[in-house]
Design a protein around this ligand. Sequence first.
Ligand code: ATP
Ligand code: MG
Length: 426
Amino acid sequence: MKAIKSIRGMHDILPESIHVWQHLEATLREVVEAYGYHEVRMPIVESTELFKRSIGDVTDIVEKEMYTFDDRNGDSLSLRPEGTASCVRAGIQHGLLHNQVQRLWYLGPMFRHERPQKGRYRQFHQVGVEVFGLPGPDVDAEMLAMTARLWRMLGLSNVRLELNTLGTPESRQRYRDHLIAYFEQHRDALDEEAQRRLYDNPMRILDSKHPDTREVVAQAPSLMDDLDAESRAHFDGLCAHLDALGITYEHNPRLVRGLDYYTHTVFEWITEDLGAQGTVCAGGRYDGLVEQLGGRGTPAIGMAMGLERLVALLEAREDAPAAPGPDAYLIVGGDELVGPALQLADQLRGELPGLRLVQHCGGGSFKSQMKRADRLGAHYALVLGSDEHAAGTVTVKPLRSQGGEQVAVDRAALADHLRTALQERS
Ligand code: ATP
Ligand code: MG
């Protein structure tokens, strides 16, 4: 029979790479907790309306990337393409946002029907952080400092920050009008996609990859010229905080981000080490979104990181975290010793919490069992043969260098012996 395969663009994460994911997730958790964030978990499926109302009808995500279907009641549902909309929905629904400060984070799979390629998948994973109730720019700077700390903790030095401001909705509207007027003058030089977007979403034309369009974009008016005093003060304040923190950034006035809900601060952390899909983290302020989704006006800022891209960066490092082998592998010297071996292993795990002990199962020669222990990368082989069993001992055989000599250890002293041996090794 023909085997069934996974869906294109949706991948299994196998044991051989899981430790990199776990290392990344543990580091992320440590960092966000150091800044007072609390974890939230939202459903993977939401009503389609939520994403239309937040991300925006004429964005790439809503126009062509969502997994949308009718459930058995005929309601239109979508697999979440990102987490901010769900997080805001949850915050409003449970009364977490009004007149409160919340620092929230989440981790989980997101779904977008994009063309699969390196760094771009149909099911991918994001860690998102969202802060509610603080107008900034202090918290904007704090969020970027937290991200910079994460890169340091992960040992990722080749990630740079691009920053921009979209101002208030009013200044953005003014800019939009100026942009449309400008692009109208150069309409013939724009590619088809840009022409189509001219009136719905002209700011998106700014990050077009089309060469002809890029030439037009290069001369386009800058949003900085339409900024009001408040927006400028917010941006200048953020830049001053970043300077004080020693965080380097580049102001990219063409950075607009693809979602409709952003106001003021927007940013991307970009690496050159991944080829075309180099944005590993992106976000910004969205002061209007809570109200737009039916809550009371609440300032907010958030960002999301693509975990697949970070895993790729970590795996490319020479000192990439390696999968740890077990501390010990228990070798069973005969069928009649299976019962005593099961008991021994069970007792040892009780005596040494955290001990990673693999018992050999399935029989086989001493030699084949030793081979298995070695292949797993175990640090010690524990041999329970008939001699050992009769004498009430276990032979402890170091399998890695600097492990010392093989010794017979009294059963009663085994836990202490292993504890000391493993401590010395680490
Ligand atoms: P891009 O410009 O790469 O399409 P985006 O603006 O659509 O990104 P966001 O919605 O801001 O991305 O998502 C934040 C981060 O999530 C991205 O910077 C990226 O690291 C990751 N990401 C987004 N889409 C995908 C995907 N299809 N596969 C893997 N990672 C993704
Ligand atoms: Mg995208």
